[in-house]
Structure formats: C-alpha cells, structure tokens
Design a binder for this molecule. Structure first.
Ligand code: PMP
Length: 493
C-alpha cells in the first residue's frame, strides 16, 4: 500500500523532474523493505507521448475526432442491453458496407489477420482442399494459415502488380477441385484491385465457396457481397473505416454457414468459432451467451466508423476514393515517377504503389517525409519490398487537401482530420495549392537528388547499358526465389 501511494505520487509529479527523482528515491527505499525486486519502469513514470502524424501509408489511417471520442466513452458491461444494441447497430452497418442480408454478420474481436483466420478456421477441416490466388502477400498469408490447418493448399500465381481473370480462376478450379477459393479484393502489398464480377457464380458452378479479403478495399471500391455471390467476406477497422485497429467485420453466406454446420470436427479455435460468435452477436435467434469479453470501446469506435460511412454513403465514398487516387496518380506521373500497376482500372483506389525511383533508397524517402513533413508513406511489403513506395488515401484521409495542398502550407495548418466535417468540406484552401503528397515527394527529390545513395540491385545492369532488362530479370528472380513459378502457373505446397 505504501509503495503504491508513493508510486502514484511519483506519477502525478511526472512533469517535475527533481520531485520525480526524489519520489523515485523514496520508492526505492520503500522497495528495500518490500518483496518487490523489479522497480517501476522509468518510462511509465513519464506522460504518454503520441506525436501528430498524417498517416498516408497502407493503414492504419488517421482516426477522426468523432471516432476517437466514441472510443473514449465510459465502458459498458459486454452483456448489457445497451452494448448488445451497439453490436446490433454494428451488424447493420456491416450489412450495409458489404451489401448483404446475411444473418451471420458480425465483427471479430481482432485485427484483419484474425478475421482471415476466423474465415479459414471455420471453412476448412484437415484434408479439405483450398485454392489460394496469390499475387501479393495476403494470398501468401492465407496459404500459410490453411497449411497450418492441415488443408491441401494449391496456389494460383500471378506476378505482383497483376490480377486474376475469370479464365485463370476457372483453370485452377477445374484442375484442383477445391472446396474454397481465397482471393484478395484490395491487394495492399501491390496496389492491385481484383475484379470480382462472375467469380462467385464460377466458384458455385464448380462446387466451391468464394472467400474474399476486403481489408484494404472496403468502402474505397465497390463490392456487393450478395450480388457477387461471395460466401465469406471480411475487412478491417483501421483503413477506410478510420477506426483504431483491433476489430474486423466479417460475414458468412447461407452456403458458407451450411458448410460450417456440416463439419465433422469442431473448428480448431474456440475464440474464432463462428457458431459461438454468431450466438454472442445474436445471429442465431437463440438467447445470447457469454463467449468472450468484447473489446467494448473498440466496438464503439467501429460503430462510429460505420456510421460515418453510412452518412457519406457508399457510392460517394467509392467515388471520392477513385477521384483522389486518380489525382494522386497524375501528380506522381507528372513528377516522372512510375506507377507499379500499369493498368489504370486495376489500381486500388485506397493504396497506390509507385516504383522506387532508380538510384534511390526507399528508406531515405520515407524518412525524409516523416522527418520533414510528419507524414507516413511506406515501402513495399512481401513481394514488393525494395521495389515500391505505398501511399494510402483512406476514409477521411482521402481528400483533395491531402493530394492538393502543399506540404509546407499544410503543416502550418491544423491537420484536416481535426476539423469538423463542415469546415473540411467548405475549406477555402481546397484546390488552391499544389499537390501535398506529390509536392512532398518533389521536395524529397530536390533535397536528395544530388546525394549519392546506394544503387538498387538491378542497377548493375546500367553498367552493361540495359537497366530495364536487368530490372526485369531481377524482379523475375526475386519473385521466383520465394518459391513461385512463372506467370499464372499453379503449384501444390
Ligand atoms: N489483408 C489486407 C488486404 C490488408 O491490407 C491487411 C493489413 N494491411 C490485412 C489483411 C491484415 O490486417 P491486420 O494488419 O489488421 O491484421
């Protein structure tokens, strides 16, 4: 008790270093007479530091004040009727965002990976066959999880930056006869938007369920779960929904629910058992039972994120992301930069991938933007590491301001996400400045242009006078060295 009292006094005095040191001395003396041998960590006796940053990477995206306030509300009991009401509202919001009437619709208490596992753990039993479409890291992750479940995993491969055609998919379905096909709608490691038209119908014709990852695309690009006959769809909270990470919308079609009901064995995970979760979320018409203590405040935030999407409307959200992404791409091209995804219609409106300019190190670029503009953009991920920079414009961050305003001006202003919506909409500065993201990059190009930076691996080709060929060869080798074959081939793992 004595230690605790002194400790809290030390915490209260955390802004006065001398007093803090004296109090810590008292804590140490008190500890000498107690059983404690590990002192309170110094870092925890100082106030929490969270710098202001503009998060224009592939997620998380900035959280607007309204959603932060929701997450900071007083907690409720996880089975209180008011909490169950909030969960019902989240469910309705997900049904709207997914465009589905599925009853088995809820939010997983975990990040996007957790929803990916929830889908695979419930759909697959040991010995089931799954075909995983891999054109970036998310297919690789799904294949890894499915292998851990003892499923027969077949990989359908495309080089990063490309998408699958219905013909590619049909060939895989005919060859491998899977019971589940996994595909990523918004491939955030490569910046590709996968067309989904016809895939559900195709899968069903071949006795297969369609599982889609829409973590990076939901709200930013059209998706229609029921009309596109998607069987399991999941997303994340921290991208277009602008909520903190840690909750993940998911929905199961009737076909998917029946497959789960027909299982011979229980899902390997109790935490992610969709039967239990569906009951807790009131999806099965039975009295709701305690399954786990929901992350109540994360659900408050998610509820507000979904409410904001409902207020804006899906169609205008899709259009906003499309238009801002197109403007960003134009800005990048006008700087002489090369976009990683060649086909315009295949570009993911939420995450744009741009090739690291030849002769530059991507880490210099991201560090420059962070140090000088408090702005995050990131390097590549998985197969695009060292090759691309990724720029995310998601939810409230997908604004003309973030594309259009000059970085220097913008940094002097209050960041847009702190403004109330009316001010953000009627801002007189809109369109009056240069390009924020691309101007930051221009500033970086100017600042580092004369500096000798390490050459990229393919640059050896420059010495032989054929950079383009050397780069293509390097990319082919680095993709294949991760165990992938050539273009659009399949292999069993
Ligand atoms: N799928 C995609 C397409 C993603 O972009 C991400 C996150 N970047 C995930 C899955 C995993 O989500 P999380 O990091 O929230 O686990």
């Amino acid at each position: 008790m004595q230690c605790a009292a002194v400790l809290s006094a030390a915490q209260a005095a955390s802004t006065a270093p001398l007093l803090q040191a004296q109090l810590l001395g008292t804590v140490r003396r008190a500890m000498a007479t107690s059983l404690l041998r590990i002192p309170p960590p110094q870092a925890l006796l100082r106030p929490l530091v969270v710098p202001e940053r503009l998060l224009l990477g592939p997620g998380p995206s900035n959280v607007p004040q309204r959603i932060r306030a929701a997450g900071g509300r007083q907690i409720l009991g996880h089975m209180h009727p008011e909490m169950l009401q909030v969960m019902d509202e989240i469910k309705a919001g997900i049904q709207y965002a997914f465009q589905t009437q599925n009853q088995l619709t809820l939010a997983i208490s975990g990040s996007g990976h957790c929803a990916m596992e929830a889908a695979l753990f419930n759909l697959l039993e040991c010995g089931d066959t799954i075909l995983v479409a891999i054109n970036g890291i998310w297919g690789q992750r799904a294949a890894e999880i499915a292998r851990r479940l003892g499923a027969n995993v077949y990989e359908l491969l495309k080089p990063p930056g490309e998408y699958f055609t219905p013909r590619d998919i049909e060939e895989g379905l005919v060859q491998h006869k899977p019971s589940v096909l996994f595909i990523t709608h918004g491939e955030s490691s490569t910046g590709v938007l996968q067309p989904l038209e016809g895939l559900g119908e195709l899968c069903h014709r071949h006795g297969c369920l369609l599982l889609v990852d829409a973590v990076a695309s939901l709200g930013g690009a059209p998706i229609f779960m029921d009309q596109q006959e998607i069987d399991v769809l999941y997303s994340g909270s921290q991208k277009v929904l602008n909520s903190p990470p840690g909750s993940a919308p998911i929905s199961f079609s009737e076909r998917a629910r029946e497959k789960v009901l027909r299982r011979k064995t229980k899902p390997r995970s109790f935490y992610l058992d969709i039967g239990w979760l569906g009951n807790y979320w009131g999806c099965d018409g039975e009295p709701r039972r305690y399954h786990h203590t929901a992350p109540i405040n994360s659900f408050f935030s998610l509820r507000e994120g979904l409410a904001m999407l409902a207020e804006i409307g899906l169609e205008s959200s899709w259009e906003r992301h499309r238009a801002n992404c197109a403007r960003l791409c134009q800005g990048l091209l006008s700087l002489g930069l090369e976009l990683f995804v060649k086909e315009e219609k295949a570009r993911l409106p939420t995450v744009t991938t741009v090739r690291v300019p030849e002769g530059y190190n991507w880490k210099d670029i991201t560090a420059f933007l962070m140090d000088n503009h408090a702005m995050e953009i990131t390097g590549g991920l998985g197969p695009t590491v060292d090759k691309v920079l990724r720029i995310g414009l998601m939810g409230c961050n997908s604004t003309g301001e973030n594309v259009n305003a000059s970085a220097f001006e913008a940094l002097r202003r209050r960041p847009l996400w702190q403004l109330p919506p009316q001010q953000a909409v009627s801002s007189p500065a809109r369109g009056a400045r240069g390009r924020r993201c691309s101007n930051s990059l221009r500033a970086w190009l100017q600042a580092t242009g004369s500096r000798g930076t390490p050459l990229p691996p393919w640059d050896a080709g420059r010495r032989h006078g054929n950079t383009q060929q050397a780069r293509q060869e390097w990319e082919r080798r680095s993709w294949n060295s991760r165990g992938h074959g050539g273009e659009s081939c399949t292999q069993q793992t």
